[in-house]
Design a protein around this ligand. Structure first.
Ligand SMILES: Cc1cc2nc3c(=O)[nH]c(=O)nc-3n(C[C@H](O)[C@H](O)[C@H](O)COP(=O)(O)OP(=O)(O)OC[C@H]3O[C@@H](n4cnc5c(N)ncnc54)[C@H](O)[C@@H]3O)c2cc1C
Length: 415
């Protein structure tokens, strides 16, 4: 059986892995020159079930509206005339009740936890190097009120199988000695001991190499331009290098997934939420973080990747624009210079921006489409590195008719 995976981001590459393991002859198509060269290029690298909260919550509409005049760095909301944007926002608003937020958080957490176990299996089999770091992540709070609120909020995670510990300033320094000089800045932290970090792009490239060794074909520099249909199935995938056919086709195009299937009657509720990232060489290993984490005051995330330090920030609604300028990195730089002032050479940092493929609920879209041989695995949003391994396993299970390992409630497309 022949499978075509459309997109070689982390979601596409992990999907190719799961299908290859089940005996499919897999071809992966992407217009970039290498795996994980678009959004999967520069994420924070946090493998974070301990941060699986749904973004849509009762507080979210107010936060979005306030960002219109506050000139916030962490959240930027630039309304535009795109009807898809307003349809997405309308659905997002619908997910902002306390009940929906709780349900979506539990569904996300279940997928994240499953994904972590699949990830460990894949690592054991492939031995891919990815500058990973086990030992937990730190979610840092500068005020006691914010820490108390976060602790109360985390009940939904701990009630559903996620371990979270409350740390005071001294305990933070014991977990990560690089934070000892600034321990007094924080009222405390929530520590998720089972969370991890690692370079998503490095892993994706390692997996691409492993898969090529297993006979998987990667066609890079190839744009997918359309789908032809016949008798209720996709008869051909049109690309810049000719057309392709397959028994099974999986859509993993991130923020571009909706574009390809719109004419087939699918209105996938995925919209880009932009974020910015910096990666700098570590200059003093002892001053660099031992664990990844998030400064919850500035909403800056960071992770040590071997001899590099990755920092990310911002959720910005500004369409498909991926441009960036020095002002976009100001809060990140200030936070890093406060937390880890001697750790890295920020003058030599690489800068980039990425587009999170967000759904209103924050859960991905998996499973069958209206066409019998077309399947979805897309919309992993702000947690695509964390969710990709589990989402790929579930997708392969659905395609082969196996029972999915976890419930898929709220994660399938309307057909
Ligand atoms: C700043 C930032 C920080 C983040 N931090 C984290 C984190 O700490 N932890 C976490 O779990 N997640 C994080 N994420 C989210 C995560 O990076 C994404 O969810 C994930 O990368 C999405 O992967 P994907 O494969 O769906 O999409 P992409 O990586 O965008 O892959 C889609 C692929 O499709 C290809 N493509 C699209 N259209 C076409 C076409 N017409 N023809 C050919 N090819 C096409 C693209 O070239 C691309 O390679 C972060 C994201 C950002 C932006």
């Amino acid at each position: 059986m022949k499978a075509l995976v459309l997109g070689a981001g982390i979601v596409g590459v992990t999907t190719a892995y799961e299908l290859n393991r089940r005996g499919y002859a897999v071809t992966v198509i992407d217009r970039e020159a290498e795996a994980a060269s678009f959004t999967s290029y520069c994420n924070a690298g946090l493998f974070a079930p301990g941060h699986a909260y749904a973004w849509s919550s009762p507080a979210a509409p107010g936060i979005l509206l306030r960002s219109l005049w506050r000139g916030d760095q962490a959240l930027r909301f630039k309304p535009n005339a795109d009807p898809r944007f307003w349809r997405w926002m309308w659905k997002f608003w619908g997910e902002c009740t306390a009940e929906r937020a709780a349900l979506n958080t539990i569904r996300k957490l279940r997928l994240c936890n499953f994904s972590l176990s699949v990830f460990h299996e894949t690592l054991a089999r492939t031995k891919i190097a990815y500058d990973g770091r086990k030992g937990g992540l730190l979610y840092l709070y500068r005020s006691a009120a914010a820490l108390d609120a976060a602790m109360a909020k985390s009940r939904i995670l701990t009630d559903n199988g996620c371990r979270i510990e409350r740390l005071d300033g001294a305990a933070i320094a014991r977990r990560d000695p690089a934070l000892a000089p600034v321990g007094s800045l924080f009222a405390g932290a929530l520590y998720a001991p089972d969370d991890e970090s690692g370079d998503c792009r490095m892993f994706a490239i390692g997996l691409r190499q492993f898969l090529e060794g297993q006979g998987v074909v990667f066609k890079f520099g190839t744009a997918i331009t359309g789908l032809s249909t016949e008798a209720g199935r996709v008869s051909a995938v049109a690309t810049s290098a000719g057309s392709e056919t397959a028994d099974v086709i999986v859509l993993c195009l991130g923020v571009y997934s909706p574009h390809l299937v719109r004419e087939l009657g699918h209105d996938l509720p995925i919209y880009p939420v932009k974020g910015y990232a910096m990666t700098a060489p570590v200059t003093d290993a002892a001053a660099a973080p031992a664990l990844g984490g998030v400064d919850e005051e500035t909403l800056v995330a960071y992770a040590p990747f071997g001899k590099r330090l990755r920092v990310t920030s911002t959720a910005e609604f500004s369409g498909y624009d991926r441009s960036h300028g020095p002002g976009d990195f100001r809060t990140m730089l200030k936070t890093m210079r406060t937390l880890f002032p001697m750790a890295a050479d920020w003058d030599r940092a690489e800068h980039c921006a990425g587009l999170r493929p967000m759904t209103p609920a924050g859960t991905p879209i998996l499973g069958p489409s209206r066409l019998s041989n077309l399947w979805f695995n897309t919309g992993q949003g702000h947690m695509g590195w964390t969710m990709s391994h589990g989402a790929a396993r579930l997708t392969a299970q659905l395609i082969t008719g196996e029972a999915p390992a976890i419930p898929l409630d709220g994660m399938t497309a309307a057909t």
